[in-house]
Design a protein around this ligand. Structure first.
Ligand code: ARG
Length: 592
């Protein structure tokens, strides 16, 4: 089927988002009836309609002279139905347009089908866009501290960061996914001191993250009882900062082993990094320059040898930039780190995915970079998020990422076992419960606006009922199983020979329309940096699919043409559902 040509409109991309051409066709009708409005002007005012309405235009937004009723009448009197639009109704200040079902369904399914090839982002082409072409972005996320606990805040950063990485890739950006480890600071002096007493090579090789944490906890206790320990730790760290190889030797091994272990865990989470950097990698040079420049600006004061920057003027408080003994701190390292990253990558944008507990810290170092007049300072963005409350495993509070992963798998495994019959049919219960459990965690984490705090609940997230991760995986599995259950309908004929005209049920239309909106869901997420929009979309789509199962049946439909068209609709839905799940870093399952 070929739809009539529509004028080109900047920002519209019908070759990737077919609903854009329906929108343009609506815009043209309104513009033609209401000069001097242009198609372009109206286009940006063609919104999705509320319940049951495809598209709505709110007339007052164009600020035209004359009464709204008159304007509406002008549009309606000239209205002619065509392949795009079937009808229009006028309701107060609004015009509601209904697309022609046959062309809508056909056009959307054709497009989904034509764009199933995988792109460089690892996602199918449908839903992607090219708005970031030629641009480079660094996305820094996860960034745990070696030898300290991996808390849920880090988990959130990991999940949201992985989503943003996929999202920017899907929009054509060149993405550098960066992990900025907390691998530097006085605590490493402390661990070095502690390691002499409590360290074990064997335990270190077995699980570096856990062992270093244990040593850290023990030596911290010592330090509380005996101030000498702190002094020794500070002296050790000073040697590290001064580049004393002997003091650095062990630290290097710890870092390497920890990164190795983390990389394995990230792999299980379906999260990937291009670069593992860290606070230790930040050079001295720019940290010194920053201090000097701020000093020239009269913003630095000396408090017993320590250097303090005063940002009160910008309501950003005061902050230490350098300690008495000359060693650097978190804030200065971030300043130097950003400058070095710009020198190396010349990014067009850099995002830091860090908890809102660090709003002040990020505000401070962004401000300092602006005060230093780096022209790229306004390319930095802080994507923040709220707290997770009440996350603990059954054995107590989780401190390691692998504990969280294991708990997700085992809680899910128990849940699946409750349905004996289904459980017996699962091929690989271990792997399945791990994936479904992780899906539960991710969906719960991304379901609401980032900034909200939320209460962590194993019960809720592992349930198959309600808007949960397991429910989504189940929806995907059910769609996938269609081909296994209806082999007699396969292979499907080429799209042009599939009888999409038979897809007349409202439930079928609803699915097709939702599939058509997916490219917009991606674009909106890019603007807001909110994964929740994608989660909401996934549930809307899976609800539409689940209510279609009864009226739009495949198995048992005697008309083969019809059955095949329905199957095609569901398979297109599976592809888009899967694509949106992957965008969220979830691996869609084919069986469970
Ligand atoms: N390692 C830090 C922490 O655990 C987070 C790092 C955030 N990124 C940054 N550039 N400061 O609190």
């Amino acid at each position: 089927m070929t739809l009539p040509t529509v004028p080109e409109v900047p920002g519209a991309e019908p070759s990737r988002a077919i609903l854009d051409s329906f929108r343009i066709s609506i815009a043209k009708r309104v513009a033609d009836a209401l000069p001097p409005l242009t198609v372009e002007q109206v286009y940006s005012g063609v919104d999705y309609g509320k319940k049951g309405v495809d598209f709505t235009v709110a007339l007052p937004r164009f600020r035209l002279p004359g009464k709204v009723d008159e304007l509406a009448k002008a549009v309606i009197s000239q209205f002619q139905a065509d392949d795009y639009v079937e009808s229009v109704v006028h309701d107060k200040a609004f015009l509601h347009f209904t697309c022609r079902t046959s062309s809508l369904v056909r056009a959307v399914l054709d497009q989904v089908h034509a764009l199933t090839n995988e792109t460089a982002s690892g996602l199918p082409e449908y839903g992607t866009n090219t708005t970031g072409k030629g641009k480079k972005i660094i996305i820094e996320y996860s960034s745990p501290n070696i030898a300290k606990s991996f808390h849920v805040g880090h988990l959130r950063s990991t999940i949201i960061g992985a989503f943003l990485t996929n999202l920017y890739k899907a929009s054509g950006w060149d993405v550098v996914a960066m992990n900025y480890l907390g691998d530097w600071g006085t605590q490493f002096g402390l661990i070095a001191v502690g390691f002499e007493k409590y360290g074990s090579e064997e335990a270190l090789q077995k699980d570096a993250i856990k062992h270093l944490y244990d040593v850290y906890v023990q030596v911290n206790k010592d330090a509380e009882a005996d101030p000498e320990v702190k002094v020794a730790a500070a002296a050790w760290f000073k040697r590290m900062e001064d580049g004393d190889e002997a003091a650095l030797k062990n630290w290097r091994v710890w870092r390497e082993l920890s990164v190795k272990k983390y990389a394995e865990e990230y792999e299980r989470l379906n999260v990937h990094f291009d670069v593992y950097t860290g606070e230790s990698k930040v050079g001295k040079k720019w940290q010194d320059v920053a201090l000097e420049r701020l000093n020239e600006m009269g913003l630095i004061s000396d408090v017993e040898g320590a250097k303090l920057v005063d940002l009160e003027k910008w309501k950003l408080g005061k902050a230490v930039l350098r300690k008495k003994d000359g060693t650097s701190i978190y804030l200065t390292r971030d300043i130097g780190g950003a400058i070095e990253r710009y020198e190396e990558y010349k990014f067009d944008k850099m995002i830091y995915v860090v908890s809102s507990q660090q709003d002040l810290h990020l505000g401070q170092f962004f401000k300092i970079l602006k005060l230093m007049e780096f022209p790229w300072a306004d390319r930095l963005e802080h994507v923040n998020y709220g707290l997770v409350l009440g996350m603990s495993t059954r054995k107590g509070t989780a401190v390691f990422l692998d504990q969280i992963i294991r708990e997700a798998a085992s809680v899910m495994h128990e849940q699946m076992r409750k349905n004996e019959e289904k459980y017996a049919a699962v091929e690989d219960p271990e792997l399945t419960s791990l994936e479904v459990g992780l899906t539960g965690i991710k969906i719960q984490d991304m379901a609401a606006k980032r900034i909200n705090n939320y209460n962590f609940s194993w019960d809720r997230m592992t349930s198959f009922e309600g808007d949960t991760g397991p429910y989504l995986q189940y929806a995907h599995v059910r769609l996938t199983s269609l081909t296994r259950k209806n082999p007699e309908l396969l292979p499907l004929p080429p799209p042009s020979e599939i009888a999409t005209d038979t897809l007349i049920e409202p439930a079928a239309r609803e699915i097709a329309f939702l599939l058509g909106t997916y490219p917009d869901v991606v674009k909106t997420a890019l603007r807001t940096h909110e994964p929740s929009g994608v989660v909401t979309y996934l549930f809307k789509l899976s609800h539409a699919i689940s209510s279609a199962w009864e009226t739009v049946v495949v198995k048992g439909e005697k008309d083969v043409e019809k059955a095949r068209a329905r199957m095609w609709l569901y398979l297109c839905a599976r592809d888009v559902l899967g694509a949106a799940m992957r965008l969220l870093s979830i691996r869609p399952l084919d069986r469970m």
